[in-house]
Design a protein. Sequence first.
Length: 420
Amino acid sequence: MDYSKMPRRNILAIDMKSFFATCECIDMGLDPFTTPLVVAEPNRNGAMTLAVTPYMKSLGVGGRTRIYEIPKNIKFMTAPPRMEYYIKMSKKVVSIYQEYVDIKDIHIYSIDECFLDVTDYLKLYKKTDYELALDIMEKIKEKTGLISTCGIGPNLLIAKVAMDIEAKHTKDNIAKWDYSDIESKFWPITPLSKFWGIGRRMEKSLNSMGLYKIGDIANYDEAKLKKKFGVIGEELYRHTWGLDYSRISDFNHRVKDSSYGHSQVLFKDYNIDNIQLIIKEMIEVLTARLRSHNKKTTVIGFGLGYSKTYGGGFYHSRKIGSPTNDAKYIYEIIYSMLERFYEDYPIRKVSINFGGLVDNNTEQLNLFENYEKVLEKENINTAIDNIKNKYGKNSILRASSLLKDSTAIERNKKIGGHRA
């Protein structure tokens, strides 16, 4: 692989170590490295922990485990989740980042994790990216008490994987990787779910294909990955070679007037299995709206809100290469985000947004797609839209809309599902 023309930025991926549990320890004046504390709903033996302290991790207790799974010989304290407090602490950390770089060069990836593009600041501070990372991390500890880890790389992907895989094992909690480290550091990673963007489900599917290490995927037939996983397969193949063309400005894309969105508060708890039905139905509604206004999207936003018991959730956006209003393609993008960010908590809210809208006659064909197939797909979508517009939203339904977890029929009634 020739990396000479690949983007080279100075990206920092910074994560707060055992964030929720450490926040609780700081509030109580305790040391998270010596305190056996678990953040979870009290008096619920089947509750899943939101976080555990580094001390608990040193005893072999994972950050996502059921209370009853913690060995009986380990005595521990329990603190109930306090999302407002964690958000307050998160804002303090982001304000520290803003002391060093402009907000446009910061991507808030989650409540405890951020990306910083420090490329244009190194001359200003007369420091290397490594030295600047140390300064920022020391300031975070000084002002908040939080311990952080940092991955440094030439793009967001490499910085993130360096942080996830190596930073927490180094003396200063920093790991710096480059393109030259891909074969020696990316490829040995196993199990596959340790790699950014591969969930447990995809891991099982890849294992069934005889792929157990990242290097196995990198040396597999890209066309077969594309056929098996669609757009996710293409992205996965690129990522195993350390290729990532995204910029922080892509994630920070904000559309004021040119966007379509929909949020749905659910009447019961959903999980990874039945939430996919809701997501597909929402995508169909929004893509029909795109087509009715002769538009396509270039920025897809997706988020989940967890039940009140756990609180929190996530919202992330992704810029795509080819404008689209095709529901199947958009679902593949959103499913990859679901696999990457979902934390196995009960879901009570789904949000989807299409931004960066362009006119339908703006074409930027994907090299992997056949134009005739794209046109055929668009004609089918148009025919379905015309029938629904004439006879009502419920005149054509997927069989899945009849399932008990579906909300499509009732939602369609509220927005004009029947016509006289």
